[in-house]
Design a protein around this ligand. Structure first.
Ligand SMILES: Nc1nc2c(ncn2[C@@H]2O[C@H](COP(=O)(O)OP(=O)(O)OP(=O)(O)O)[C@@H](O)[C@H]2O)c(=O)[nH]1
Ligand SMILES: [Mg+2]
Length: 269
């Protein structure tokens, strides 16, 4: 799939009344772009940060993120879960309030692959019309910029395939290509497992029924349990296990959270 360029993003934002950037409540800053916000502010558009997948994060932590963005960054943020249908009404109300001031409302939706843009559109519409990512799924399952009518007078512009160049690191590595094509899945999954183990050790135990602080040992356990072995030597296929972990993470099956920068917590769940 073709990647959207920043110039194309500018054109979409110019036509929008609200710019909504979707990140995950698990790690908002690792997924947030300064570019989208910057262009929105340049065009004097309302900018809204949507913290999706809040079902994977304790409520008070979600609230802290909202407060952090409001007081440290002057950003209006809202916590939602498209799975648990949390915050959807509140989000719709934000759109309805803005609709009172315009004839018809265009909301431009941005966010890295798999943050849940399509799921959010479906939750707002109350029925599925935006394709979400099934597995074996590929990155950028949603094809091309598409406009969805979610309520009378309210249109959402979905922009799949945009990876802002200021967002970097593990989140980009695992989202910017299909999981099958990730070059070294074991390395990526090891980094991911280390991060989750550091902040929410128990969620790995819950997801994979293995108590270990060694990522390689966890991958071995998953491979053996699921019967994945290399044909050539019969060793556990940790590459397949690594891909499974990455997919589970993207699919929102691993509880994990980081806390806002200002606050130091021992946040084991
Ligand atoms: N736990 C949890 N998982 C979610 C939530 N919203 C979406 N997901 C899962 O996240 C994955 C990605 O969701 P999509 O809606 O396809 O994400 P997208 O941003 O449209 O992805 P692309 O179209 O590939 O850019 C899917 O497996 C969803 O089921 C949520 O609120 N909580
Ligand atoms: Mg999509």
């Amino acid at each position: 799939m073709r990647l959207l360029k920043t110039s194309e993003i500018s054109k979409i934002i110019a036509k929008a009344d609200i710019v909504a950037e979707v990140v995950e409540a698990r790690a908002p800053l690792a997924l947030k772009s300064g570019i989208v916000e910057g262009i929105a502010r340049k065009f004097s558009r309302d900018y809204l940060l949507i913290l999706n997948k809040c079902d994977l994060v304790p409520q008070n932590i979600c609230r802290e993120w909202v407060e952090y963005f409001a007081s440290n960054r002057s950003i209006n943020a809202i916590c939602v879960s498209t799975v648990k249908k949390v915050g959807i009404k509140k989000l719709m109300q934000v759109f309805m309030d803005k609709l009172k001031k315009v004839d018809s409302l265009n909301v431009a939706l941005f966010g890295l692959p798999k943050v849940g843009k399509s799921s959010l559109i479906n939750a707002l519409k109350k029925k599925d019309s935006a394709p979400t990512s099934p597995y074996p799924g590929s990155w950028g399952y949603t094809k091309g910029v598409t406009i969805y009518k979610v309520a009378p007078g309210i249109y959402i512009i979905d922009t799949p395939g945009y990876i802002p160049f200021d967002v970097k690191g593990l989140e980009v590595l695992i989202r910017s290509q299909p999981v099958e094509l990730i070059n070294n899945p074991v390395r990526a999954a090891t980094e991911l497992l280390k991060l989750v183990l550091k902040h929410n050790a128990k969620s790995i135990e819950r997801a994979y029924t293995v108590r270990s602080s060694d990522p390689l040992e966890i991958l071995m356990h998953i491979a053996i349990k699921r019967g994945w072995f290399y044909k050539k030597d019969g060793e556990p296929n940790i590459e397949e296990a690594a891909r499974a972990v990455i997919r589970d993470y993207l699919d929102g099956k691993i509880r994990f959270y980081l806390t806002p920068p200002a606050r130091k917590l021992s946040n084991s769940s």
